[in-house]
Design a protein around this ligand. Structure first.
Ligand code: PEP
Ligand code: MN
Length: 333
Protein backbone atom coordinates (compact mmCIF):
# COMPACT_ATOMS: atom_id res chain seq x y z
CA UNK A 1 0.00 0.00 0.00
CA UNK A 2 1.20 3.53 -0.65
CA UNK A 3 0.05 6.82 0.81
CA UNK A 4 0.81 9.98 -1.14
CA UNK A 5 1.00 12.99 1.11
CA UNK A 6 -0.26 16.43 0.17
CA UNK A 7 2.16 19.10 -0.98
CA UNK A 8 3.12 21.22 2.00
CA UNK A 9 2.95 18.46 4.62
CA UNK A 10 5.51 19.29 7.31
CA UNK A 11 8.15 16.79 8.45
CA UNK A 12 6.49 16.78 11.90
CA UNK A 13 3.12 15.84 10.42
CA UNK A 14 4.78 13.10 8.37
CA UNK A 15 6.56 11.73 11.45
CA UNK A 16 3.33 11.77 13.42
CA UNK A 17 1.64 9.63 10.77
CA UNK A 18 4.68 7.32 10.49
CA UNK A 19 4.63 6.72 14.26
CA UNK A 20 0.95 5.83 14.14
CA UNK A 21 1.55 3.36 11.30
CA UNK A 22 4.54 1.83 13.05
CA UNK A 23 2.37 1.41 16.09
CA UNK A 24 0.16 -0.80 13.91
CA UNK A 25 3.28 -2.87 13.12
CA UNK A 26 3.56 -1.44 9.63
CA UNK A 27 7.01 -0.66 8.23
CA UNK A 28 7.16 2.72 6.50
CA UNK A 29 9.47 3.61 3.65
CA UNK A 30 9.55 7.38 3.11
CA UNK A 31 10.33 8.63 -0.38
CA UNK A 32 10.63 12.39 -0.64
CA UNK A 33 10.29 13.88 -4.09
CA UNK A 34 10.29 17.56 -5.03
CA UNK A 35 6.53 17.70 -5.31
CA UNK A 36 5.19 14.93 -3.12
CA UNK A 37 6.18 12.57 -0.35
CA UNK A 38 5.26 8.92 -0.84
CA UNK A 39 4.97 6.56 2.11
CA UNK A 40 5.47 2.92 1.18
CA UNK A 41 3.68 0.75 3.73
CA UNK A 42 5.14 -2.69 4.29
CA UNK A 43 3.72 -5.55 6.30
CA UNK A 44 0.21 -6.69 7.03
CA UNK A 45 -1.59 -3.68 5.57
CA UNK A 46 -4.97 -5.33 6.14
CA UNK A 47 -4.72 -3.77 9.62
CA UNK A 48 -5.02 -0.33 8.06
CA UNK A 49 -8.39 1.27 7.59
CA UNK A 50 -7.93 2.72 4.10
CA UNK A 51 -10.89 5.10 4.45
CA UNK A 52 -9.54 6.47 7.69
CA UNK A 53 -6.06 6.95 6.24
CA UNK A 54 -7.47 8.63 3.10
CA UNK A 55 -9.54 11.01 5.20
CA UNK A 56 -6.53 12.49 7.02
CA UNK A 57 -5.82 16.15 6.18
CA UNK A 58 -2.29 15.49 4.99
CA UNK A 59 -3.11 12.49 2.81
CA UNK A 60 -3.73 13.03 -0.90
CA UNK A 61 -4.42 9.42 -1.93
CA UNK A 62 -4.01 5.87 -0.71
CA UNK A 63 -3.53 3.00 -3.15
CA UNK A 64 -2.98 -0.71 -2.84
CA UNK A 65 0.05 -1.92 -4.77
CA UNK A 66 -1.09 -4.95 -6.70
CA UNK A 67 2.37 -6.22 -7.71
CA UNK A 68 3.95 -8.74 -5.31
CA UNK A 69 7.21 -6.74 -5.24
CA UNK A 70 6.85 -3.79 -2.93
CA UNK A 71 10.11 -2.16 -1.87
CA UNK A 72 11.68 -2.42 -5.31
CA UNK A 73 8.51 -1.00 -6.86
CA UNK A 74 8.70 2.44 -8.43
CA UNK A 75 5.31 3.19 -6.90
CA UNK A 76 6.96 2.97 -3.46
CA UNK A 77 9.96 5.02 -4.48
CA UNK A 78 9.25 7.23 -7.50
CA UNK A 79 12.79 8.60 -7.84
CA UNK A 80 15.64 6.56 -9.31
CA UNK A 81 17.93 4.94 -6.76
CA UNK A 82 21.51 6.14 -7.07
CA UNK A 83 24.16 3.78 -5.72
CA UNK A 84 27.65 4.98 -4.82
CA UNK A 85 30.52 2.61 -5.50
CA UNK A 86 33.84 4.20 -4.56
CA UNK A 87 34.11 7.24 -6.83
CA UNK A 88 31.53 5.82 -9.22
CA UNK A 89 27.77 6.28 -9.09
CA UNK A 90 25.11 4.31 -10.85
CA UNK A 91 21.46 5.15 -11.50
CA UNK A 92 19.53 8.39 -11.80
CA UNK A 93 21.57 9.57 -14.79
CA UNK A 94 24.90 8.21 -13.54
CA UNK A 95 26.41 5.62 -15.83
CA UNK A 96 28.86 2.87 -14.85
CA UNK A 97 31.22 1.10 -17.20
CA UNK A 98 32.22 -2.20 -15.61
CA UNK A 99 34.99 -4.13 -17.34
CA UNK A 100 37.47 -6.89 -16.64
CA UNK A 101 38.12 -10.56 -17.23
CA UNK A 102 35.66 -13.36 -16.68
CA UNK A 103 38.07 -14.83 -14.12
CA UNK A 104 41.07 -13.65 -12.20
CA UNK A 105 43.93 -15.82 -13.47
CA UNK A 106 47.14 -14.27 -12.10
CA UNK A 107 48.45 -11.04 -10.60
CA UNK A 108 49.96 -10.00 -13.89
CA UNK A 109 46.74 -10.66 -15.77
CA UNK A 110 44.34 -8.85 -13.42
CA UNK A 111 46.58 -5.83 -12.85
CA UNK A 112 47.34 -5.60 -16.57
CA UNK A 113 43.66 -5.72 -17.54
CA UNK A 114 42.69 -3.36 -14.69
CA UNK A 115 45.19 -0.72 -15.85
CA UNK A 116 44.09 -1.09 -19.46
CA UNK A 117 40.36 -0.80 -18.80
CA UNK A 118 40.90 2.14 -16.47
CA UNK A 119 42.91 3.89 -19.16
CA UNK A 120 40.07 3.18 -21.60
CA UNK A 121 37.48 4.76 -19.30
CA UNK A 122 36.04 1.95 -17.15
CA UNK A 123 35.07 3.07 -13.66
CA UNK A 124 34.53 -0.36 -12.05
CA UNK A 125 36.68 -3.49 -12.39
CA UNK A 126 35.10 -6.94 -12.64
CA UNK A 127 36.75 -10.33 -12.20
CA UNK A 128 35.51 -13.70 -11.01
CA UNK A 129 37.27 -15.42 -8.12
CA UNK A 130 34.56 -18.00 -7.41
CA UNK A 131 33.35 -19.31 -10.77
CA UNK A 132 30.06 -21.16 -11.27
CA UNK A 133 31.04 -23.49 -14.12
CA UNK A 134 28.75 -25.90 -15.93
CA UNK A 135 31.41 -28.60 -15.77
CA UNK A 136 33.03 -29.63 -12.49
CA UNK A 137 36.23 -30.29 -14.48
CA UNK A 138 36.46 -26.70 -15.77
CA UNK A 139 38.56 -24.01 -14.03
CA UNK A 140 36.67 -23.12 -10.85
CA UNK A 141 38.40 -19.81 -10.16
CA UNK A 142 41.25 -18.79 -7.85
CA UNK A 143 38.79 -18.36 -4.95
CA UNK A 144 40.22 -16.45 -1.94
CA UNK A 145 43.54 -15.96 -3.76
CA UNK A 146 41.58 -14.37 -6.62
CA UNK A 147 39.93 -11.90 -4.25
CA UNK A 148 43.35 -10.93 -2.87
CA UNK A 149 44.57 -10.26 -6.39
CA UNK A 150 41.48 -8.19 -7.17
CA UNK A 151 42.21 -6.11 -4.08
CA UNK A 152 45.74 -5.59 -5.35
CA UNK A 153 44.34 -4.43 -8.68
CA UNK A 154 42.00 -2.08 -6.81
CA UNK A 155 44.96 -0.66 -4.93
CA UNK A 156 47.02 -0.28 -8.11
CA UNK A 157 44.29 1.47 -10.10
CA UNK A 158 41.87 2.96 -7.58
CA UNK A 159 39.02 1.16 -9.36
CA UNK A 160 36.27 -0.30 -7.17
CA UNK A 161 35.75 -4.02 -7.74
CA UNK A 162 32.82 -6.35 -8.35
CA UNK A 163 33.11 -10.10 -7.91
CA UNK A 164 30.71 -13.02 -7.53
CA UNK A 165 29.75 -14.80 -4.34
CA UNK A 166 28.51 -18.37 -4.62
CA UNK A 167 28.19 -19.36 -0.99
CA UNK A 168 27.40 -17.22 2.04
CA UNK A 169 30.08 -19.08 4.02
CA UNK A 170 32.69 -17.04 2.10
CA UNK A 171 31.16 -13.64 2.95
CA UNK A 172 34.06 -12.59 5.19
CA UNK A 173 36.36 -12.68 2.17
CA UNK A 174 34.24 -9.94 0.57
CA UNK A 175 34.81 -7.36 3.33
CA UNK A 176 36.82 -5.03 1.04
CA UNK A 177 34.95 -5.88 -2.16
CA UNK A 178 32.89 -2.91 -3.35
CA UNK A 179 30.05 -4.75 -5.10
CA UNK A 180 29.03 -8.37 -4.55
CA UNK A 181 27.67 -10.10 -7.63
CA UNK A 182 24.97 -12.73 -7.44
CA UNK A 183 25.27 -14.71 -10.66
CA UNK A 184 22.47 -15.89 -12.89
CA UNK A 185 22.58 -19.38 -11.41
CA UNK A 186 22.05 -18.08 -7.90
CA UNK A 187 19.34 -15.52 -8.64
CA UNK A 188 16.85 -17.62 -6.72
CA UNK A 189 19.16 -18.81 -3.95
CA UNK A 190 16.87 -17.17 -1.43
CA UNK A 191 18.99 -17.94 1.64
CA UNK A 192 21.96 -16.25 -0.03
CA UNK A 193 19.82 -13.24 -0.99
CA UNK A 194 18.49 -12.88 2.55
CA UNK A 195 21.98 -12.93 4.05
CA UNK A 196 23.21 -10.36 1.53
CA UNK A 197 20.21 -8.26 2.48
CA UNK A 198 21.66 -8.02 5.99
CA UNK A 199 24.86 -6.41 4.67
CA UNK A 200 25.18 -2.88 3.37
CA UNK A 201 27.18 -3.82 0.29
CA UNK A 202 25.90 -2.95 -3.17
CA UNK A 203 24.67 -6.16 -4.82
CA UNK A 204 24.75 -6.76 -8.58
CA UNK A 205 21.89 -9.19 -9.12
CA UNK A 206 21.98 -10.99 -12.45
CA UNK A 207 18.82 -12.29 -14.09
CA UNK A 208 18.54 -16.07 -14.08
CA UNK A 209 18.86 -18.00 -17.33
CA UNK A 210 15.15 -18.72 -17.47
CA UNK A 211 13.63 -16.18 -15.13
CA UNK A 212 10.99 -13.56 -15.77
CA UNK A 213 11.45 -9.92 -14.88
CA UNK A 214 8.92 -10.34 -12.10
CA UNK A 215 11.03 -13.16 -10.65
CA UNK A 216 14.13 -10.97 -10.89
CA UNK A 217 12.31 -8.21 -9.02
CA UNK A 218 11.10 -10.66 -6.38
CA UNK A 219 14.71 -11.76 -5.85
CA UNK A 220 15.74 -8.12 -5.45
CA UNK A 221 12.84 -7.76 -2.99
CA UNK A 222 14.45 -10.49 -0.83
CA UNK A 223 17.55 -8.29 -0.48
CA UNK A 224 15.67 -5.04 0.16
CA UNK A 225 13.29 -6.68 2.60
CA UNK A 226 16.25 -7.45 4.85
CA UNK A 227 17.36 -3.81 4.81
CA UNK A 228 19.87 -3.53 1.98
CA UNK A 229 18.56 -1.07 -0.60
CA UNK A 230 21.70 -1.10 -2.75
CA UNK A 231 20.70 -3.46 -5.52
CA UNK A 232 21.69 -3.17 -9.17
CA UNK A 233 19.71 -5.33 -11.60
CA UNK A 234 21.56 -6.97 -14.48
CA UNK A 235 20.11 -8.24 -17.75
CA UNK A 236 22.53 -10.85 -19.12
CA UNK A 237 20.45 -12.68 -21.69
CA UNK A 238 17.96 -15.49 -21.24
CA UNK A 239 17.76 -18.96 -22.67
CA UNK A 240 15.62 -19.28 -25.78
CA UNK A 241 15.53 -21.69 -28.73
CA UNK A 242 18.20 -19.60 -30.50
CA UNK A 243 21.62 -21.22 -30.67
CA UNK A 244 23.67 -18.74 -32.70
CA UNK A 245 24.10 -16.63 -29.59
CA UNK A 246 24.90 -18.04 -26.14
CA UNK A 247 21.72 -16.46 -24.78
CA UNK A 248 19.15 -14.01 -26.14
CA UNK A 249 19.60 -10.46 -24.90
CA UNK A 250 16.25 -9.15 -23.72
CA UNK A 251 16.80 -5.46 -24.30
CA UNK A 252 13.21 -4.57 -23.55
CA UNK A 253 14.09 -5.56 -19.98
CA UNK A 254 15.83 -2.19 -19.63
CA UNK A 255 12.85 0.14 -20.15
CA UNK A 256 10.48 -2.42 -18.61
CA UNK A 257 12.53 -2.67 -15.40
CA UNK A 258 12.89 1.10 -15.29
CA UNK A 259 9.15 1.44 -15.43
CA UNK A 260 8.52 -1.18 -12.75
CA UNK A 261 11.37 -0.36 -10.40
CA UNK A 262 13.57 2.47 -9.15
CA UNK A 263 16.69 0.28 -9.10
CA UNK A 264 19.53 0.83 -11.61
CA UNK A 265 19.74 -1.58 -14.56
CA UNK A 266 22.99 -2.81 -16.08
CA UNK A 267 23.36 -4.86 -19.26
CA UNK A 268 25.99 -7.57 -19.76
CA UNK A 269 26.35 -8.06 -23.54
CA UNK A 270 29.21 -10.56 -23.05
CA UNK A 271 27.25 -13.38 -21.44
CA UNK A 272 24.20 -12.42 -23.50
CA UNK A 273 25.89 -13.09 -26.83
CA UNK A 274 28.89 -15.29 -26.03
CA UNK A 275 30.68 -13.79 -29.03
CA UNK A 276 33.17 -10.93 -28.86
CA UNK A 277 32.11 -9.70 -32.31
CA UNK A 278 28.53 -9.15 -31.19
CA UNK A 279 29.36 -7.46 -27.89
CA UNK A 280 29.89 -3.86 -29.12
CA UNK A 281 26.57 -3.67 -31.03
CA UNK A 282 24.65 -4.97 -28.05
CA UNK A 283 26.47 -2.57 -25.71
CA UNK A 284 25.48 0.32 -27.96
CA UNK A 285 21.89 -0.86 -28.18
CA UNK A 286 21.72 -1.26 -24.39
CA UNK A 287 23.10 2.24 -23.90
CA UNK A 288 20.53 3.62 -26.32
CA UNK A 289 17.80 1.72 -24.46
CA UNK A 290 18.70 3.68 -21.33
CA UNK A 291 20.82 1.19 -19.35
CA UNK A 292 22.51 2.68 -16.28
CA UNK A 293 25.66 0.75 -17.01
CA UNK A 294 27.32 -1.89 -19.13
CA UNK A 295 29.37 -4.83 -17.91
CA UNK A 296 31.85 -6.20 -20.44
CA UNK A 297 34.40 -9.01 -20.27
CA UNK A 298 37.88 -7.87 -21.28
CA UNK A 299 41.03 -10.04 -21.39
CA UNK A 300 44.59 -9.14 -22.33
CA UNK A 301 44.84 -12.36 -24.33
CA UNK A 302 41.34 -13.73 -25.07
CA UNK A 303 42.68 -16.75 -26.98
CA UNK A 304 44.38 -18.00 -23.80
CA UNK A 305 41.63 -17.06 -21.30
CA UNK A 306 40.78 -19.80 -18.78
CA UNK A 307 37.11 -18.89 -19.05
CA UNK A 308 34.89 -17.17 -21.65
CA UNK A 309 37.69 -16.18 -24.04
CA UNK A 310 35.34 -16.27 -27.05
CA UNK A 311 33.24 -13.44 -25.67
CA UNK A 312 36.10 -11.37 -24.25
CA UNK A 313 37.22 -8.14 -25.88
CA UNK A 314 40.83 -7.04 -26.04
CA UNK A 315 41.62 -3.80 -24.17
CA UNK A 316 41.80 -2.00 -27.56
CA UNK A 317 38.37 -3.27 -28.58
CA UNK A 318 37.03 -2.20 -25.20
CA UNK A 319 38.51 1.30 -25.60
CA UNK A 320 36.72 1.67 -28.95
CA UNK A 321 33.47 0.39 -27.42
CA UNK A 322 33.78 2.82 -24.53
CA UNK A 323 34.27 5.81 -26.83
CA UNK A 324 31.15 4.99 -28.81
CA UNK A 325 29.05 4.24 -25.72
CA UNK A 326 29.93 7.70 -24.42
CA UNK A 327 28.90 9.25 -27.74
CA UNK A 328 25.56 7.45 -27.57
CA UNK A 329 25.07 8.69 -24.00
CA UNK A 330 25.52 12.26 -25.25
CA UNK A 331 22.85 11.76 -27.89
CA UNK A 332 20.21 10.21 -25.64
CA UNK A 333 20.66 12.46 -22.61
C1 PEP B 1 29.89 -13.73 -14.72
O1 PEP B 1 29.48 -12.55 -14.78
O2 PEP B 1 31.06 -14.03 -14.56
C2 PEP B 1 28.90 -14.81 -14.84
C3 PEP B 1 29.20 -16.06 -14.46
O3 PEP B 1 27.75 -14.43 -15.37
P1 PEP B 1 26.29 -15.11 -15.31
O4 PEP B 1 26.02 -15.40 -13.87
O5 PEP B 1 25.42 -14.04 -15.89
O6 PEP B 1 26.35 -16.34 -16.17
MN1 MN C 1 32.17 -15.03 -17.91
Amino acid sequence: MIAILKHGTTPEQTQHLVKWLEHLNIGVHISEGEEVTVLGLIGDTSRIDMDLLSSLDIVETVKRVSEPFKQVNRKFHPLDTVIEIGDAKIGGGHFAMIAGPCSVESEEQIIGVAMAVKQAGANILRGGAFKPRTSPYAFQGMKDEGIKLLLKAKEATGLPIVTEIMNISTLDLFADVDVIQVGARNMQNFDLLKELGKTNKPILLKRGLANTLQELLMSAEYILSEGNENVILCERGIRTFETVTRNTLDLSAVPALHELSHLPVVVDPSHATGKAKLVPSMAFAATAAGADGIMVEVHNNPACALCDGAQSLTPEQFAALHRKVMQIREVIL
